[in-house]
Design a protein around this ligand. Sequence first.
Ligand SMILES: [Zn+2]
Length: 242
Amino acid sequence: MRLALILTTAFLLVGCGSSGGGNTVSWKRDEWGHRPGPQGFTTVIIDAGHGGRDPGAVSRHTGAREKDLALDTAKRLQRKLSGKVKTVLIRKGDTFVDLDDRVVKASRKDGAILVSIHYNSGPSHVRGPETYYWRVDSHGLATRIQRELEKVVPGESGNLGKKRRRLRLTRNPDVPCVLVECGYLSNAAEARLCNDPGYRDKLASAMARAIVDQQRSGDAGTGPRPRPLNQPPSRPTDPPGS
Ligand SMILES: [Zn+2]
């Protein structure tokens, strides 16, 4: 099994390197964030998921739309971080922004990190926040955010944890990046919680604490970093879960 893994990795590396001729992609080691998580970053780019013609998930329990809850939570997070670190909102109102445009906007900023905020949908019994990351340099931040969220989320919500997943907003930006699914709008109890502004304020405070901790301490105390994975950018045509 281990040998097969090594051979597969070697093949992938050779495969990636051999396709580099003539295109503009740099294959330097840090290209996909294979480095420790950032400390002392200057800017937090806050991305409210969906918007405009894309409502995201709509709760059949409360009628709340993911795009509205995400924007509200993003603005709360911005207020919590005020005076501590510079912040940029990718969208400030109910506007549609293509995922690839979000990647471009996030990648323009040196010394920045990206936090994308979403609310989830799935089977009705599933609940709890999840934090997604892909890059090695985003593992510490994902760990901190998930840890802080679990402190403010009711115990019965379950611990869905942080997950390594290659998404357009976890793999493609040129800055450390995480995507937070704050809770399941498809679960009756969690949908009601997420509809409460006070609860969303607690979620925003939790994320702000995690971001400030990461800025101050880097990856210290967030456990071993994951191994680098060489995978191409995420595309909308990729099969789900790939
Ligand atoms: Zn979403």
